[in-house]
Ligand binder design. Sequence first.
Ligand code: ADP
Ligand code: ZN
Length: 434
Amino acid sequence: MGKYFQEEIETASREEIVKIQNEKIVKQVKHVYDNVAYYRDLMDKKGVKPEDIKTIDDIKKLPFLTKADLRDAYPYGLLGTDLKDCVRIQSTSGTTGKRVVAFYTQHDIDLWEECCARAIVAAGGTNEDVVQVCYGYGLFTGGPGLNGGSHKVGSLTLPMSSGNTERQIQFMMDLESTILCCTPSYAAFIAESLAEKGYKPEDNKLKAGIFGAEPWTEEMRQAIEKGLGIKAYDIYGLTETSGPGVSFECEEQTGMHINEDHFYAEIIDPDTGEVLPDGEVGELVFTSLDKEAFPLLRYRTRDLCVLSRKKCSCGRTHVKMSKPKGRSDDMLIIRGVNVFPSQIETVLLNEGYTPNYQIIVDRKNNTDTMDINVELTPEQFSDKVAEVADKEKALEGAMRTMLGIGPKVHLCAPKTIVRSEGKAVRVIDNRKLH
Ligand code: ADP
Ligand code: ZN
């Protein structure tokens, strides 16, 4: 197998990509208008008819869909085909509220798995690899998506699902896994567990990891790469658009190529809905260009990032998105200052701490408080109270510089913060603002 899973489309010229998008959007808007009453109503309210959409640029005329729409239309309101034509249901993890369900025809499954296969090949995967998938299987899209992608590549697939870290390690070593797929927080936990068992990074046969489904920083990437002795690739996706594989990293590791032949991306100002030019940070909006069963148009992801069309050394031509900073609703507003958990992760890893931390936000006497519990490694752990207090002060200073506000840092004993096997829970907000 070569460098690409589907070379022709992955390296197509801009003109070719736009041509495909123009053809697909006209067909897709008609499909949605004819079959999805919920969206037809939104278009009618906006006074847009399918005939008004002649090219991909006309997409701006269409109404947005939000998570609230998905909840209103739950469960069948956005279905684009007969249920008898659907072969699968998946669901969101429910990280930010009630779960959303998505439907797939066989065609939808195929295109999703092909997107995941592109990601695996971009990470160096071939039919000679052993791909250990420890994303959760079941309703969550992580396991099924990478599993299907790995089959399409022809790799030997280990459908481990998440959890049971002992067994993950045993199979990884015995069956000589070469590619690991899981959330970055679980990858960090696996690396930690391997080290505890006395394994060095060079003792495993892993060469690459494909990690996503939650925000993670460059510092976290370096820590995982070092801990496992691999190259760590990012992968992004959401249930609403199919699952992982909407975009993926190539060897350049300067953003994730969006599979533009299937998903059209826009960046908008989250407050005004205005489309922003490439290079500006805003909310990512996706249109599924050819999904049949759950064909969302202009879906607002709430993920904040930047698009870039800079030429990529890997030869792929599809637009790249930056690592999402987190969702707009992950952003904490502490005493009026915007704080992202990813900023805290950056400081911790830069200061030599582990990614085992938890942020606790509360409101006392009408003032927001932020406490950060940070776990120490056995080597860092000390009984000397003065030493701990000094370290806490130093970390509080570094946090203040990064965030613009001063949180309270508490250094905790090793193994006191719960490890994540799926998406990590980084923030506990006790303010009950919602
Ligand atoms: P839920 O919304 O319940 O978490 P999903 O499991 O579909 O449902 O998760 C999709 C979300 O996960 C995305 O909208 C995004 O916020 C996050 N996500 C997925 N991949 C990445 C990634 N590589 N980096 C950062 N965030 C990611
Ligand atoms: Zn590239």
